[in-house]
Design a protein around this ligand. Structure first.
Ligand code: PLP
Length: 384
């Protein structure tokens, strides 16, 4: 079997002890054993979310969690503001429109995050906005919005909801939900939580529940009130992805044993090493502005004349390394190195080496070792 290195920003590699949990036999999802697992996972997730709010686990991909974050808190025609830094901000806007909300947007250039003064201005110009939707880590452009700056601006009006997509960041990049008064945070199992895809998680503040009492948008599978009611009885409204619940429990225990802060540090080290290496290679460029550069994923602009998708195919076939392509308008223009979840410095060194060898092979001579050396130095300082 060829050795594979999965370096895409989700689904991310899953540690073997987590994978093995999924080989367990099925249990009654309405029995006491599942009730215990559900409670443990919910309690552990609250630690990762850094929240005392309700956390509800849905059997769905991250987009299901995003849909729940729209369908449960609003009524037809409500005005909302969506920050768009790439494909996933756009997705939030599309979901809001599909549910008949009146959507205002802030759109940034690819690679840039939201400036505090732009958000302030948009809120002044649209005083009826009931909620602001932001993407913590925009996976398509490798941009991490600075929520420590942005959240207080939204919360200048304490009655306004702040809803955050943290699908590709929660657990990897610090997001103190309660400290920042974020009402709804959405994440999913398959990124920083080192678990296979299949579960979305949504935290809900008291203010968000107040919105829920008045909200009249249609909902059924993603009715969070039902999810909360069933959780109180130790179950889920519908059949859950039981095996992923087993895996999630193991994974959350591992992450919290390792220490959440240590997880953030590892991601920040990986992010820094990748970015500095890409700069050192010289012919490759970073898409994301340094100020917002993500510690979960690095989008790279290849040298002129190199098709990123051909390069990825070559790297995959020769080295077994799977990198991600561009999404939306960036399709065919960039490739992305995922370094979120169960990724170690050695994975990064292997990927950088493969990128260098492959670029040399298509004519960019003299770059072998340049990025690897820089990354090694960054890692070595950390190992000392
Ligand atoms: C930031 C962000 N939001 C939302 C999603 C959508 O999640 P899913 O593909 O699990 O529906 C993704 C997936 O890549 C993401 O990276």
């Amino acid at each position: 079997m060829p050795k594979n290195f999965l370096l895409i920003p989700g689904p991310t590699p899953v540690p073997q002890d987590v994978l093995l949990e999924m080989a367990r036999e099925m249990i009654n999802h309405r029995g006491s054993e599942f009730a215990n697992i559900l409670k443990t996972n919910t309690d552990l997730l609250k630690k990762v979310f850094k929240t005392e709010n309700d956390v509800l686990i849905l059997t769905a991909s991250g987009t299901g969690g995003m849909e729940a974050a729209v369908a449960n808190f609003f009524s037809q025609g409500d005005e909302v503001l969506v920050g768009i830094c790439g494909v996933f901000g756009e997705r939030f806007a599309k979901i809001c429109k599909a549910y008949g909300l009146n959507v205002k947007t802030i759109v940034t250039e690819p690679g840039k995050g939201i400036e505090p003064d732009v958000l302030e201005k948009a809120l002044k110009e649209n005083p009826n906005v009931k909620a602001v939707f932001l993407t913590h880590n925009e996976t398509s452009t490798g941009v991490t919005n600075n929520l420590k700056e942005l959240a207080p601006i939204v919360k200048e009006n304490p009655e306004r909801l702040l809803i955050v997509d943290a699908v590709s960041s929660l657990g990897a990049i610090d997001l103190p939900t309660d400290e920042l008064k974020i009402d709804v945070v959405v994440t999913a199992s398959q990124k920083a939580l080192e678990t296979p895809p299949g579960l979305a998680m949504v935290s809900v503040s008291e203010l968000a529940w107040k919105f829920n009492e008045k909200a009249n948008l249609p909902r059924f599978y993603f009715d969070l009130r039902q999810a909360k009611k069933f959780l109180e009885e130790g179950a889920t409204p519908f059949t859950p992805a039981v095996s992923i619940f087993f895996a999630l429990k193991k994974s959350l225990e591992n992450i919290l044993n390792r220490g959440l802060e240590n997880n953030f540090k590892r991601h920040s080290l990986l992010g820094k090493a990748v970015r500095e290496a890409i700069k050192a290679i010289g012919v490759t460029k970073l898409l994301a502005d340094e100020r917002w550069a993500s510690d979960a994923v690095t989008p790279v602009i290849p040298p002129d004349g190199v098709n990123p998708d051909d390069l990825r195919k070559y790297i995959r076939s020769k080295f077994g390394i799977v990198l991600a392509g561009g999404q939306g308008n960036l399709k065919g223009k960039i490739f992305r190195i995922g370094h979120v979840g169960y990724v170690e410095p050695t994975d990064i060194l292997v990927a950088l080496s493969a990128i260098e060898i492959s670029l040399e092979n298509v004519g960019y001579k003299g770059i072998k070792g340049k990025g690897v050396q820089v990354a090694e130095e960054i890692f070595a300082q950390n190992f000392n």
